[in-house]
Design a binder for this molecule. Structure first.
Ligand code: NAD
Length: 341
């Protein structure tokens, strides 16, 4: 394990940034101090109060960079990342960085990330900038089980330090090959999972409109070629997975507007690298529509089931004997599979 520097900077303490920074605070020793900045004073206050004398509120991103050896950021979009790093006199670049390490965990376009990297290389040749977006959502952030997709190669000289630092917040860290490829991995993942959520919603709609109990259909998917974590654990149909946002009024989870942003960035990337998409435009249309729809806005992205007109009130429409208990059915299937081995 590499030794971490004693002064850590954090910019952006929202849904993801706050629990991530909190894990670092709780898992590092008392002589490690944190300099934090968020445009929202309330967000900073929470961590400052929790950290007592170890967390210090700063007046700008430059102030954080001045006082820290390693700086992490977690802000919403590319425009915010530009503001954090490139704002004249108040941004990170305005600091005398020396050989400091900068890590941006935001999910943004690769162009902005490469611009910040190139500004770092030009203005502070000894400093290093990395893209390190995450997946795992707010729950993964608070449980420190995030997956980090790191924009560097396996031979990067800072990899050991980066791995030690990020392992306080995540359980999987993948060096993705080089600058901006962490972001590429993240956008490809969200493009794929966004399309699967639409596909599961549409397939469920077909089955339910034809008279099928969605629990039976979910069980069929589980043991057939349509199996996916989206159907198994995050099913867009309410009442299939008790813990999924869909079963809680689509509260929590991954906001549909964030999926629209990431999906759109993936579509832009495909265009830039000359990849033909069969479903990019229509998928993006679904997430744009759901983000603007008052019945779906601000809710978990699996709300596409509602946006596509899915039947949410399906309970009671099926005769008692058809109402299979999903967990019992799965247990029986598991037993049968084991017996046949
Ligand atoms: P958020 O809006 O909850 O938090 C962002 C924070 O950044 C806010 O506290 C905001 O005040 C602060 N901020 C904005 N501009 C700033 C600036 N110029 N200087 C300092 N602070 C600034 O967003 P979030 O959900 O934490 O998401 C952050 C990033 O993580 C996004 O890129 C998102 O796509 C990605 N992400 C989110 C999730 C999720 O489930 N929420 C999951 C994976 C990845």
């Amino acid at each position: 394990m590499a030794t971490l520097p004693k002064n850590i900077g954090w910019i952006g303490l929202g849904v993801m940034g706050l629990p991530m920074a909190r894990n670092l605070l709780q898992k590092t020793k008392n002589d490690t101090h944190f300099c934090v900045y968020d445009v929202s004073a309330d967000s900073m206050k929470q961590l400052v109060d929790e950290g007592q004398d170890r967390v210090h509120a700063c007046s700008s991103s430059k102030d954080v960079a001045d006082k820290s050896d390693i700086i992490l950021s977690m802000v919403p979009e590319g425009s915010h990342v530009r503001s954090v790093y490139l704002t004249e006199s108040a941004g990170v670049m305005a600091s005398d960085l020396g050989s400091k390490i900068l890590i941006d965990c935001s999910t943004i376009d690769t162009g902005t990330s490469l611009d910040v990297r190139s500004a770092t290389a030009t203005q502070h040749p000894k400093a290093s900038f990395y893209d390190a977006p995450v997946s795992g959502g707010a729950i993964g952030a608070s449980k420190a089980t995030l997956t980090f997709m790191l924009g560097c190669s396996t031979t990067d000289p800072n990899l050991s330090l980066l791995t030690t630092l990020l392992s306080y917040m995540g359980s999987n860290i993948f060096p993705c090959g080089g600058p901006s490829l962490g972001l590429t991995a993240k956008l490809c993942n969200n493009y794929c999972s966004g399309l699967i959520a639409i596909a599961v919603s549409e397939a469920m709609n077909i089955g339910m409109a034809s008279g099928m109990d969605p629990r039976v259909l979910a069980n069929v998917f589980h043991t057939s070629t349509a199996q996916s974590v989206i159907c198994d654990d995050w099913c867009p149909v309410p009442g299939i997975c008790p813990e999924a946002p869909a079963s809680k009024g689509y509260q929590g989870g991954f906001r549909v507007q964030l999926m629209k942003k990431d999906f759109g960035l993936a579509v832009d990337t495909a265009e830039r690298v000359g990849v033909k998409l069969a479903m990019g435009e229509s998928g993006l249309g679904v997430y744009e529509g759901a983000s603007a729809d008052q019945k779906c806005k601000d809710l978990d992205s699996r709300v596409v089931f509602r946006y596509l007109g899915g039947q949410e009130e399906w309970r009671g429409k099926f005769p008692e004997e058809v109402e299979l208990k999903r967990d019992e059915t799965r247990a029986l299937l598991k037993k049968a599979r084991e017996a046949s081995k």
